[in-house]
Design a protein around this ligand. Sequence first.
Ligand code: PMP
Length: 410
Amino acid sequence: MLNSKDIRKDFPMLDGKTLMHGKPLIYFDNGATTLKPQCVIDAVCEYLSSYSGNAHRGDYDLSHQVDVAYEEAREVVQHFIHAKRKEEVVFTSGATDSLNLIANGYAKTHLKAGDEILLNVAEHASNTLPWFDVAEETGAVVKYIELDEEGRMTLENVKKAVTENTKIISLAIVTNVLGYEVPIKEITEYAHSKGIIVVADGAQSVPHIVTDVVRDDVDFLAFSGHKMCGPTGVGVLYGKYELLEETKPTRFGGGSNSRYNSCGLVTLKEPPYKFEAGTPHIEGVIGLGAAVKYLQSIGMENIRKRELELRHYAIEKMSQLDNVTVYNPNSEGAIAFNIKDVFAQDAASLFNTYGIAVRAGEHCAKILDEFLKVRTTCRVSFYFYNTEEEIDQFIEACKKGDDFLDAFFG
Ligand code: PMP
């Protein structure tokens, strides 16, 4: 059982003294990034202040200490996502970087004209634009799996979209606006029976639910540290080892090769090191390791349960308000909504005056409006440190939706 009061003490920004617009911060934009617990801040500061050296470079004690911390973080992530080997964990700068690495390093060398890549319209730009680029360069075609009336991805619709030309299906396990969890295990089982590679965007799932890459049998998985209590600028690409072996690095340089000569003959290191050219984001990786340990200390099942409780509580209250439209009452993730007759960004400015951070706009899912039939929405996304009391204050602010002009002139 998770005790919000105790948990909140771990986060300096939830001390009640962090103000927004003069009010104690209510942070409901966890889909964008999460707050950081003290233990992560300490892990980063400790590296910077007491053992700041390069990784995989030196033959002295300090350098060894950095190597140990860096590789320990890799093992921590490996166990967190239940990967078979630590070598299947590549550190990147985030989910976007990981998805681009798969698109550029794997898809561009494996796809040819006429091959099909399946996405859906709820995907984030970071899981759409790299595939447009693959299509442009290889002649492959991007197609979309239809969502059901609610906006859910179903195995049936995946089956309908697959053709003999389908080579890659790339899906967010949980999408960032509609927040539905896809039946990833069923999808990979079906896809593999047809020889299709499944890329999972875990940016909105890994921070919230138990991730098991072996159970779900995903071929690649991308996620970001900053959406799971870790630092910005660090993320992970998981890949099945044999697929990482077939993936070409997209950056070349120090640390990724074991030898090269003046004729341009290069012997690259084995995965994951061939992908990690240059000095990595060492404090980021160490901070991510600390973040994962922190989440494990709370327990991913507890986190999931608590977030569903909060979501349920908010939906109950929001559905009682005549001036609020919720677009995804039955999903598992973020809540997408609008206040009647109020432009989403104006509503976000109104919430701001109450110290409440919500996201508004197209949420980097710019083709979703074709499905939702509204251009922009507001989005609240909870994390386990949010509380019912905060939701009550948010509901009171929703009721004042008609006064949104006060946000500008009040
Ligand atoms: N995919 C999804 C579903 C996301 O929500 C995000 C971030 N909003 C990303 C990918 C990209 O993550 P990042 O900006 O950390 O690379």
